[in-house]
Design a protein around this ligand. Structure first.
Ligand code: ACO
Length: 181
């Protein structure tokens, strides 16, 4: 089937240009070039890319989707209050999803779901990690449905969290608890 030709791999330096282009195309927020450099070089950021192996040779390694994330200390995070304290683990961590996207022609095929499953699997493999969390702008119904379907819990609504083109927007904070978090 079509699905079986989608493959997931780490993002690498040769993905820089396409990664930056897709972000520009699908997000209302601009990211600094430094962000993209950090992603492709894996500086403090973990990421997964999706490619379609059934495309012609010159495109079969081109990103069609991605997820980027960062590990942060639970106690420094805005969801510290939601994490059960653990006397044996003073340095509890969280995985914070920075960006998630799939190019338009590849949507509704389960690619974003697979990318999130990769993040959750990775987070579970870190013994200190208690949750995966993220912010989503309040009007993004597709993403909100996706996170709800993946069993993330909406724990907060942040008033005027985003400021885009002179307008304020609320955000929702979604969390997926793991490892007894
Ligand atoms: N409307 C309603 N629900 C949707 C939609 C939609 N347009 N798209 C996805 N969903 C929900 C559905 O519940 C779907 O399950 P179903 O197919 O069984 O109905 C579920 O999400 C899974 O969908 P996937 O196929 O895995 O998602 P897809 O690969 O299409 O990617 C994404 C979804 C990432 C939101 C995509 O539409 C996109 O790239 N949008 C633009 C960028 C964006 O909004 N990114 C997320 C911002 S938040 C952040 O980055 C932290």
């Amino acid at each position: 089937s079509f699905h079986s030709t989608i493959s997931y791999r780490p993002i690498r330096p040769s993905d820089l240009e396409i990664l930056e282009k897709i972000h520009g195309d699908i997000f209302p927020i601009r990211y600094e070039s430094e962000f993209f450099l950090n992603v492709v070089n894996g500086y403090d950021i973990v990421s997964w890319g999706a490619v379609d192996l059934s495309r012609p040779d010159d495109q079969r390694d081109e990103l069609i989707g991605f997820v980027t994330a960062r590990i942060i200390l639970a106690r420094d995070s805005e969801i510290a209050d939601f994490i059960r304290p653990d006397s044996s683990e003073s340095d509890q961590t969280l995985v914070y999803i920075l960006t998630l996207g799939v190019i338009e022609t590849y949507r509704n095929l389960g690619i974003a779901s697979s990318l999130i499953r990769e993040v959750i699997k990775y987070a579970r493999s870190i013994s200190s990690c208690r949750a995966v969390y993220l912010h989503v702008i309040s009007y993004n119904n597709a993403a909100i449905c996706l996170y709800e379907k993946m069993s993330f819990k909406c724990i907060r609504k942040l008033h005027d969290f985003y400021y885009i083109n002179g307008q304020h927007y609320d955000s929702f904070l979604f969390v997926y608890f793991i490892n007894g978090g």
